[in-house]
Design a protein around this ligand. Sequence first.
Ligand code: NI
Length: 219
Amino acid sequence: MMNMRKKIGISLVRTEVYDLLKEEILRGEIKFGQRLNIRKLSKEFGISPTPVRDALLALAAIGLVRCVPRVGFFVTELNENYINETTESQIMVETFCLEKYFDEIKNSPDILKIYDEAKEVVNTKSRKLFDDSDQNLHMLIVRSSSNKTIIDFYEKLWDKMDLVRHLNKRYLDSNKEHLLIIESILRNEKKNAVESLLKHIENVKNETLKNLESSKVTE
Ligand code: NI
């Protein structure tokens, strides 16, 4: 019994460290390429090194952190290859789901809710609201497949895409593109919807590649 309680405690600490580090990386407070020292971090958090190490391994599993054997952990350097790989995977999953599960998406009550959110972003220019509605739209497209394997894959990919999205300063343009996608879906124009989605993902990628230079860590 005691043993069980202890295990739960450690996993909670690890989750907390994981969430904190992930946020700091996504907010740019920890720079790309920066070393993450286990001993230093465990001192700062006031905890033992084990949950810190576990959290770093979990971050490595989603690609935010790179583990170099016998050297240590580093924040993944966002490079062209990373952006191209995540974008290609996003296109693969989302266009497949939009084409195959178009009716499920069109008939989902969520699509109208997301349409309202996107219109609200136009009025308020709220970045936070955009981030939420962005996630809602892209997730709706994939979750409409009801395919657990695809959804699991996509949720892991989403964490990687978060890093790409964070750089992106073009959210109001992205929001306009979301409106085009949603309106095509609502008008039952599958081909236009898929084309608009493709263009949207490509535009985000190109903007991210352009911003890449300015975000690199200089040491
Ligand atoms: Ni989007």
